[in-house]
Design a binder for this molecule. Structure first.
Ligand code: CA
Length: 228
């Protein structure tokens, strides 16, 4: 297995150590920085395959570090996992909308950390199917060209928006999306985001998918994702 360099930006020493211990045991190289400024500098030197970014940092906070990483051409494509505290859902949403890929809530176990890091590294390596590719998950089939969805061979009657939401989520299983990201992904940038309306559409979509409705998962306080 190729060794990946992982950068941890975190001011709490205990967490830095936990991350180092866990990820080195997984065969990765861990580089640590304790402030946002040092983190940004370390990215250019270490060229990490992934960044673990604490949101609550002294000085430049995690959201601002994420914003800067996603603005720069040379760092834009490096996946970011935010480290957050419970109750920081608004910051998680903001971070995802700034381009972070996932988040882990503190306190976390070494098992959860290793699994989430592994999942993001695998997902990043995997190419997202093209918009016109047929998507098949278990007995659910999505035909973008025909705008058709079947479950166990039976056609499911979806509205254009429900179809759009399903296709948007199913193209990236495991990724968490905020309501705003889903609306923009389906309707484009200028569409007004009414949180309630997306919730209603997702509820209808799940009901219409019947036994496969559980593939569309709610991520409490944050948004939705398609099961991995
Ligand atoms: Ca912190």
């Amino acid at each position: 297995m190729a060794k990946d360099t992982i950068l941890i930006v975190e001011d709490e020493e205990d967490i830095q150590e936990l991350v180092r211990y866990t990820l080195e045991r997984e065969g990765h190289v861990v580089v640590a920085a304790e402030t946002g400024e040092k983190g940004l500098a370390a990215v250019l030197g270490a060229r990490p395959a992934l960044i673990l970014l604490d949101l609550m940092l002294p000085g430049l906070d995690g959201k601002e570090v994420c914003r800067r990483l996603k603005q720069q051409e040379e760092t834009r494509s490096i996946p970011v996992i935010m480290l957050t505290a419970r109750g920081e859902e608004a910051d998680i949403v903001a971070g995802l909308e700034l381009g972070a890929d996932d988040y882990i809530t503190k306190p976390f176990s070494t098992k959860v950390l290793a699994a989430r890091v592994g999942a993001v590294l695998r997902r990043t390596a995997r190419t997202v199917p093209a918009t016109q590719d047929v998507i098949e998950i278990d007995d659910l089939t999505i035909h973008p060209g025909r705008h058709e969805v079947t479950v166990a061979g039976s056609k499911v009657d979806l509205s254009t928006t429900e179809f759009g939401i399903l296709q948007f989520l199913a193209r990236r299983p495991g990724w968490v999306f905020t309501r705003r990201q889903i609306v923009r992904g389906v309707h484009g940038e200028d569409h007004p985001v009414l949180d309630r309306s997306i919730d209603v559409q997702i509820a209808t979509l799940r009901r219409k998918l019947g036994d496969r409705g559980d593939l569309v998962e709610t991520v409490r306080g944050v948004g939705y994702r398609f099961a991995e």
